[in-house]
Ligand binder design. Sequence first.
Ligand SMILES: NC(=O)c1ccc[n+]([C@@H]2O[C@H](COP(=O)([O-])OP(=O)(O)OC[C@H]3O[C@@H](n4cnc5c(N)ncnc54)[C@H](O)[C@@H]3O)[C@@H](O)[C@H]2O)c1
Length: 241
Amino acid sequence: MSVLVVTGGASGLGRAIAAQAAAEGWTVVLVDRDADALAVAAEELGVASTAVDVTDREALGAAFASIAERLGRIGGLVNSAGLTRPGPSEGLAVDDWKLVIDVDLSGTFYSCQAAFDHLAESASIVNIASIGSTRGLPERVAYSAAKAGVVGLTRALAAEWAPLGIRVNAVGPSWVDTPLVRDLIASGTIDEQQMLDKVPLGRLCTPEDVASSVLFLLGSDKAGYVTGQTLYVDGGYVWAG
Ligand SMILES: NC(=O)c1ccc[n+]([C@@H]2O[C@H](COP(=O)([O-])OP(=O)(O)OC[C@H]3O[C@@H](n4cnc5c(N)ncnc54)[C@H](O)[C@@H]3O)[C@@H](O)[C@H]2O)c1
């Protein structure tokens, strides 16, 4: 199996995707800006890592070049680095708006762009979107805008890079049991029971649910004719009305 780079790999979904990918034989490299958490995750998973902030296009370019030089061309890229700054839209600080757009949207694009020169033939990219890509999430305006943008850039890159054999898809999870969602519950931004009432399958998504879908899209054996799509891993939430 080839090299898989996972941004946001130090925590939550990125880490779960990395664990499942490593178990399936990918040579995984974690990328994250949190050097301490990254070192712990890399040690525990037994994979390589490199500390990079995805908003730094130049640093990403150097990181992908170095990964390709050490381990070979990159067969898979998962963009899971992300954050949110919830709160009433009318009072959202400009710095918070910029941060969320920079990390969740621009960071995803910069990572795809920086990886491009180092991708293997038939490489596959999976961007982590959200139910906020297609549904209105109150008090998460920057996050919703960024994640809608992730779906847009996924479609555009899929169309542009398909002739080169590169597939680009997205996975849109609903509320996953990760530190990000636990923080939103703790801060009162979302109510756990109200959230579960909206999910037809009646439970929170697990990181492993997301990882399985990401691994499906990464693999050209099963998803070789799938590109430009966003797969909502949401227990039925998005289309439940
Ligand atoms: N948890 C959920 O319920 C949920 C639902 C839908 C989508 N998502 C998306 O999944 C992705 C991962 O979320 P998570 O729940 O695992 O969160 P998390 O906070 O557990 O992990 C996010 C990781 O991204 C890293 N990161 C943040 N900013 C970065 C930057 N500028 N450069 C490099 N790394 C950076 C963090 O250090 C962290 O390790 C995010 O894009 C999030 O929007 C999460």
